[in-house]
Design a protein around this ligand. Structure first.
Ligand code: PMP
Length: 367
């Protein structure tokens, strides 16, 4: 068996020990005589799996007890509707545009409330979505039900490295973050967050699971049209079991949480992620223009690194030769073009080293 280095933006690579353990437990979970996929979600065994996953996640991210952890479905795109359905009260919401995912979030919210753009990094040509507007320049609404920020823009490769302190900016609104593509890669300052959500298929586990971590006092204000299965208060009151939860995905997420704990926790992974990202950005910046990343240095994502070849006619050859070396899924998002290396928690430093070697050798061969 040959495992490749998989740079997919998501669904993305999972830690090998997690896959091996899932394989070993596939037919018989802990002597139950059943695989997890076959278990009733109401049974004792799955109850243990769910409780374990939640406890581990709380530990890893130091989630205060005043927050509920909800295991939901529908992905972050569904949350673009579910969040306003639960939190907007049909009033005003503030949106910070940082890239293509936050544009999508804002567009969907307009169906349910008066969704305003309070800051945007849209710019002409190559400068589009390459820098972040400082929070001091956000035009926050005094009456906003919440402020939405996509804290890591997966397509454009921008990451907010310090969450804004809305209180210090004169706003009482809770901050809502879409942290799909960097959750568990770094700590979260919960004193600055009202709600965090993310799809699982990048740093957590299989697609089909959405995590919502929400401050308790924000529950209970859903619009009457909000589907019951998407009403956070209902989901919370039923321990994420109002409807059948994505049991297999929750089980794998729990194994990933165990793996993170084994690695030394989020703080240890954060250090690794910093080293990986530094190696890749330095290789791009030192390439004499052969490879280019246009994102302002302070806004560069540690997780998703888009880059362009100076000579875009070489794109296909770059990808084909990368594939031959076992470096896969490097093609950039279709809306941006070029390349994108997603280097989530499960990507080892060796994978990034192999990519950097390929980039250097490719440039030398075709230079
Ligand atoms: N937000 C962000 C930041 C994402 O990276 C993605 C997935 N790439 C989404 C939203 C959409 O997620 P899903 O397709 O799981 O709904």
């Amino acid at each position: 068996m040959t495992r490749v280095y998989n740079f997919s933006a998501g669904p993305a690579a999972l830690p090998e020990p997690v896959l091996s353990r899932a394989a070993a437990e596939m037919l018989d979970w802990h002597g139950s005589g059943m695989g997890v996929m076959e278990m009733s979600h109401r049974g004792r065994e799955f109850g243990e799996i769910l409780a374990h996953a939640e406890a581990r996640l709380r530990e890893l991210l130091a989630i205060p007890s005043s927050f509920k952890v909800l295991f939901m479905q529908g992905g972050a795109i569904a949350e673009n509707a579910i969040v306003p359905l639960n939190l907007s009260r049909g009033g005003v919401t503030d949106h910070v545009i940082t890239g293509l995912w936050s544009i999508k979030t804002h567009k969907e919210a307009q169906r349910y409330c008066e969704a305003r753009v309070v800051a945007s990094n849209e710019a002409p040509g190559e400068r589009n979505h390459t820098a972040l507007v400082p929070p001091a320049q956000w035009r926050l609404s005094p009456d906003a039900a919440y402020v939405h920020l996509c804290s890591n823009e997966t397509i454009n490769g921008l990451e907010t490295h310090e969450l804004p302190d809305l209180k210090a900016l004169g706003s009482d609104a809770p901050l809502v973050i879409d942290c799909s593509s960097h959750i568990l890669s770094r700590a979260i300052d919960w004193s600055r967050v009202g709600l965090a959500y993310g799809g699982a298929q990048k740093n957590i586990g299989p697609s089909g699971l959405t995590l919502v971590i929400v401050r308790e006092d924000l529950l209970g204000h859903a619009l009457p049209v909000c589907p019951s299965a998407f009403d956070y208060a209902t989901v919370a009151a039923n321990g994420s079991m109002y409807n059948t939860p994505p049991t297999w995905a929750i089980y794998i997420a729990g194994l990933v949480f165990d793996w993170i704990a084994d690695q030394g926790g989020v703080a240890a992974l954060e250090q690794r992620n910093i080293a990986k990202a530094r190696l890749l950005y330095e290789a791009i910046d030192a390439s004499g223009g052969w490879y280019v990343n246009r994102v302002a240095p302070g806004a560069r994502s540690r997780m998703n690194v888009p880059f362009f070849l100076k000579d875009e006619r070489l794109n296909d050859a770059f990808l084909a030769e990368a594939n031959e070396r076992g470096l896969v899924q490097l093609k950039g998002h279709k809306s941006v073009g070029g390349m994108r290396a997603s280097i989530y928690n499960a990507m080892p430093l060796e994978g990034v080293q192999a990519l950097v070697t390929h980039m250097r050798e490719f440039a030398a061969r075709h230079g």
